[in-house]
Design a protein. Structure first.
Ligand code: PMP
Length: 312
């Protein structure tokens, strides 16, 4: 049965980080039946610890689980487990301005399976690690014209491990040429931009912010969603639409969004052999949006949206 009882998962336990037992014939090892999530806990100036929109990660995991024929934890179970993990690792949450505790939930087919079908048993686990502030400077992308990340009807819109398997080769080749990442095109028209390997993309043109619409081949990023909402509150016009790569030639700003980088300005994109440069740094829309979002995430700006969840 594809969708299992949503109360499938029982109360878990906290254990020290270390290797886990894995059945060699498990669904995850043999058929990649697995999903992951990523989010951060940040410490505020007054010593509180905040999670950012964890229910969004829970929902995205549930959506992915449905597509992957896996049971998923309830939103309450997911958030309860997150709180337990962060509470048990409070001393590992870096001081304000020094980074975050990165939290990685995993959902996988852990039961044995020989034929290509869903496993009969599932494991949900969460590990966490402190991370520094992601400072890579600006991004220097190349439009990928040979490899594709996702296709309509596939799994590009969910956070399954297999999606990342397809990007290693193009990203490794791009890095060898001095680029920071690739920008994928859609496989149907081979003209519209979709996203980078681990982040969503936005362009600014004539005061309008645009980002590719979520059609099933793009990961619905939680940072993307939050940036759209913040930009609208700040009175920017935001459009979710098809963006032909040709529009990269006359965009004023380009930026990428994701949990790790938050908002990262793009200084150049190479497309059809031409290098296009964009405005970055002070007084950019990207910087304005980044300041607002990181301010909410770290408790420096009042959270009028009700996005943060405090760890008691
Ligand atoms: N696209 C892909 C392919 C990603 O791996 C990520 C990182 N989760 C994102 C976009 C950004 O998503 P989020 O803002 O939820 O981190």
């Amino acid at each position: 049965k594809c969708t299992k009882d949503e109360k499938y998962f029982s109360q878990g336990t906290l254990t020290r980080f270390g290797n886990i037992d894995m059945n060699p014939s498990s669904g995850i090892l043999n058929y990649g039946q697995g999903l992951f999530e990523g989010l951060k806990a940040n410490r505020t100036e007054d010593g509180r610890i905040l999670l950012f929109r964890p229910e969004q990660n829970a929902r995205r995991l549930q959506m992915g689980a449905e597509r992957m024929c896996m049971p998923s934890p309830t939103i309450e179970q997911f958030i309860h487990a997150l709180k337990q993990i962060v509470n048990a690792n409070k001393s590992w949450v870096p001081p304000p301005g020094k980074g975050s505790l990165y939290i990685r939930p995993l959902l996988m087919g852990s039961g044995p399976v020989l034929g290509a079908m869903p496993a009969a048993e599932y494991t949900f686990l969460i590990f966490a690690s402190p991370v520094g502030i992601y400072h890579k400077g600006t991004l220097n992308l190349i439009v990928e014209e040979k490899f594709y990340r996702a296709f309509p009807g596939g799994t590009g819109g969910i956070k399954t491990a297999a999606n990342y398997a397809t990007v290693f080769k193009p990203v490794t080749e791009a890095k060898a040429k001095g680029f920071s990442d690739v920008l994928f095109l859609d496989v149907t028209t081979r003209k519209n931009i979709e996203e980078a390997s681990t982040s969503n993309i936005f362009i600014l043109k004539k005061n309008v912010i645009s980002t590719p619409a979520i059609t099933g081949t793009i990961l619905p990023g939680i940072t993307r969603k939050s940036i759209i909402e913040i930009a609208r509150v700040l009175d920017y016009q935001v459009k979710e639409r098809d963006i032909p790569a040709e529009e990269l030639f006359d965009a004023e700003e380009v930026f990428c969004t994701g949990t790790a980088m938050v908002v990262n300005p793009v200084s150049s994109i190479t497309y059809m052999g031409k290098r296009i440069e964009y405005k970055t740094g002070v007084n950019t829309v990207a910087q304005n949006l980044r300041t607002m979002l990181t301010g909410i995430q770290t408790g420096q700006i009042e959270d009028k949206m009700g996005w943060t969840v405090e760890i008691a």
